[in-house]
Structures are given as C-alpha cells and as structure tokens.
Ligand binder design. Structure first.
Ligand SMILES: [Zn+2]
Length: 486
C-alpha cells in the first residue's frame, strides 16, 4: 500500500509537470471520462481538482466562507452537494480553499470517503464528527493543523492516508494517523480488532483508540511514556489489556465505558488515577493499585459494578468525590491513614459494602459518602471526627447503634435518615449543629440520648422525625448502655 502510494505520488508529479495536462483537466472535458472506469477512492491521484487517472472531478455545491484575509476560503458544509465520496476542491471562486471549518461535516451519515486537497492547511474542531459511514480519509501534503476531536465518533474509519510530503503528519500501512516522526499516535482506524503500537510511539494521543467497537486486546509497549486523555474511552469490547509502559498517570477517561475490561495490571510507577479513568468498567472484578499511587480522581471507579476487591494504597493522600460510587459488589474498604476527609459520594450506592475501616485521624465524612449502603455494619468513628455530611449514611439499614466521638460538631441534614435498624444513638455535648431529618426512622424504633439539657440553637427544629429523645437528666448509662430513667 505504502509503496503503491509513493509510486502514485511520483506519477502525479510527472503528470503535473506537463502544463498542457493542467489546462486539459481544468478546462476541457476529458473525452475518455465516460469510458475510463472510476478508480477506487484511495487510488485517485488528484491534481487541480480532478483525478489524473479516471478524470473524476472535485465535488461541487459545497458551502464556503471567505476568510478574513479576503484571499482564501473555508469550506463550511455540504451545501447542495450530494456526494458520498467527497473530493474537496482546492480552489473556490478563484481563491484557494485553506481551511475546513468547525463542524463542517458534523454528523454527515452518508459520507464514506473524503479527500482533503492541497491548499488546505487546517481542519478545525469536530469537522468530521460522527460521520458513521466514513471509511477513507486522504490528507494532502499541506494539512498542518488538526483541531480537537476532528474524527470523534467516526468509528468506522478504515484508513487515513497522508501524503508522504506532508511536513506535520504521517500514516502507515494500517491506516493509522501519526505526527510526522511517528512519536505520537493520533488515530487508530476504528475497524482494527487488534493493533500493534509501533516502537517509535512515545505518546498515545487524545482518544486515539476511542470508541472502537471491535478492539478486543491491546498492549501498551514500554516505549510509551505518556498518554493523553480518553485513549481507550468507550472501547466497548476491549477485554485484554497489558501495560508494559512505565506510566505515571492513568489520565482522564482513559478506560471509561470499557464495559468488557475484566483484568488490568497497573504499572508500579503509577502515581495518579485521574477523573473517570475506570468509570463504567462493568466487568472489572479486581484491581491491584500499586503502592506508588497517591491520587485517585473524581468518579475514577464509579459504576465498576463487578469490582469486589480493591486495596487502597497506604500512601494515598487524595481521594476524589464519587470515586467508588455504585461499586455494587464491593464488600469491604479500608481507608488509608493519610486521608483525613472522605469526599462527597465516595462510596454511595455500594449495595454490598459491609465493612468500612476509617483512618485514625479522620475529621470529616462528606455529603452522601455512604448514601444507600444498606448492608453497612459496625461503623466505628475515630475520635478526631468533627463533621458528618448531608445524607452521609442515608439508607444504611444495618446500622444498629452508633457512638459518636466527643469531637463531633456537626451532623448534616438526613445524615442517618431511613436507617431502619438504628435503635440507639448518643449525641455528645459538642455537637453544635444538626440538619433537618438527620435522624429519621419511619418505624420509630430509635431512642436518641442527648448529652445537652435542651436543644442547642444550631440544631434545626426538625432535626429528628418522631424519635424518642432523652435529654440530660432523663437518661443514664447502665453497664455502659444508655437507658432512659424510669
Ligand atoms: Zn481516480
């Protein structure tokens, strides 16, 4: 394929050197045009907006906008053009076409092929976004800038072919797109079930495998030193993954929506797992986090509904909000000592979470931190805890009795709402604020023993809902158990 293209380009240059040929292709109808069969799209040799082999002409009817310089055009859309194999003209109304505009061919479901001609230097953001039938892309030697997510959701691209004379980009026999020296992989055709990352590649570009519906396995070789965001995002059938690279970071959305990913071994050099890195990895059952990891981001493991075992590294200092939300199989979690605040939603909707071990210097438990964890038992709060957030333990059906530490100052609204088995609570005298319905049990099983003599000002008037409350003087400890005075 590569050799053939080189030959074709040499042929094109030869043809181009005859000026008479130029005049012919531009002004006269090729008499053989009707009899010469049209070449396969990727075989076209386009010169002056026509194929020198089969005579096919550049597409007509496209929409253009005159650029600010008044000397060139940007193609902005299909206009009246009905071509499914698009050959963008290099010249419009006598002026060069230098750019493909933002979203110019956004969601053009009929497009199967596109040729980006000489003169075009830039392709703007989302230019070919969600062109689901787009299979063949050819870039001329002049294209130097690709915007953001140019081919995002165009998951059936089979090959990108770049002119060997292009100074900024290159392609290979697999139809993958790279920067010129092939140190950065930009796009892997969405039709490849397997792909070997070449040894020249050090950076995996933004979403370069993104949204593949066929990629089943991949090895990240040791030559790779960095990944940009979302490299394997939404690779729905990716099952097997091997990382040989000494990566330090799993960036934003790297494996999110990899619904079939079962196993992954992370490198021992890893320090950071960024936001949404494993969000919606529905089949991921177990993950070993290397001891080098210090940061786990927002929603990093959210919706890992099969994840039953995870050991948080001892050096972990940062745990993001909703990091383990909806990990429905997770049975036990031990929060490392360096964590002093459990962020909002960190373990909400963990239906099978039975045991949580808090670090000894914990000061706060965030809003919704253990929201709807119905099996949570035997929670022991450390004696450094000062605040429990809103809905923090809402719906923890298995909590029986609770002992709050003397350090506790605030309990958020609905913090222990709908904890049906909670039968006994002692509220220490330092608690300054309690939100509405912090204690609320429709079964009215709960006795609340308060160390204060009357309701402090900072407690909401509806801080509990229909519970029996015993103020100081109305209860005492009998063998360490709070009992109402009779
Ligand atoms: Zn042709």
């Amino acid at each position: 394929m590569k050799r053939l293209l080189v030959v074709l380009f040499v042929f094109a240059l030869v043809v181009c050197s005859f000026s008479a040929c130029k005049a012919q292709t531009k002004t006269e109808k090729n008499p053989q045009e009707d009899s010469v069969p049209k070449c396969d799209f990727e075989k076209h040799v386009i010169q002056n907006d026509a194929c020198t082999l089969c005579g096919v002409k550049a597409s007509t009817g496209l929409k253009f906008k005159l650029n600010k310089d008044g000397q060139s055009y940007t193609v902005t859309g299909m206009g009246s053009c009905k071509d499914t194999e698009l050959i963008i003209p290099s010249v419009n109304a006598g002026k060069p076409v230098t750019e493909i505009g933002k979203k110019a061919f956004y969601e053009k479901a009929e497009l199967t092929a596109v040729y980006v001609p000489e003169n075009v230097t830039a392709i703007a953001d989302n230019a070919f976004y969600m062109c689901r039938a787009l299979s063949t892309v050819m870039l001329s030697e002049t294209v130097e800038t690709l915007g953001k997510d140019v081919f995002m959701h165009s998951i059936n691209i089979n090959a990108v072919t770049v002119s060997p004379d292009n100074p900024a980009f290159s392609s290979d026999e697999n139809g993958a797109l790279y920067n010129k020296d092939k140190t950065k992989l930009i796009l892997v055709p969405g039709t490849k079930a397997e792909f070997e990352i070449p040894a020249s590649v050090t950076t995996l570009g933004n979403s370069c495998f993104g949204r593949s519906r066929v990629l089943t396995s991949i090895v990240i070789p040791e030559t790779v030193t960095a990944m940009e965001d979302g490299v394997f995002n939404d690779c729905r059938v990716l099952q097997s993954m091997r990382i040989e690279a000494q990566l330090t970071e799993i960036p934003y959305m790297t494996f999110s929506l990899c619904e079939q990913l079962r196993e992954i071994v992370l490198p021992e050099t890893l320090t950071k797992i960024d936001k949404h890195a494993f969000d919606w990895c529905l089949q991921l059952q177990e993950i070993h986090l290397p001891e080098s990891v210090v940061s786990i981001g927002y929603c990093a493991f959210r919706n890992c509904t099969s994840l039953w075992s995870v050991d948080l590294p001892k050096g972990l200092t940062e745990l993001g909000e909703s990091a383990f939300t909806s990990c429905e199989k997770l049975g036990k979690i031990e929060i490392p000592e360096a964590i002093t605040d459990i962020p909002a939603g960190a373990f909400s909707d963990c239906n099978n979470l039975v045991k949580v071990v808090f670090p000894t210097k914990l000061t706060s438990i965030g809003d919704h931190a253990f929201f709807q964890c119905p099996r949570l038992e035997n929670v022991v709060f450390p004696d450094t805890l000062t605040s429990i957030g809103r809905y923090a333990f809402y719906g923890s059906d298995c909590l029986g009795s609770l002992v709050f530490p003397a350090s506790l100052k605030s309990i958020g609204a609905n913090a222990f709402d709908s904890c049906h088995k909670l039968d006994s609570v002692v509220i220490p005298s330092n608690v300054e604020s309690i939100g509405n319905r912090a204690f609320c049990d429709p079964m009215f099983n709960m006795n609340i023993f308060v160390e204060a003599e009357s309701k402090p000002e900072g407690w909401e008037t509806k801080w509990h809902y229909g519970q029996r409350v015993y103020w100081a003087g109305q209860w005492r400890y009998v063998n360490g158990v709070p009992k109402p005075k009779s």
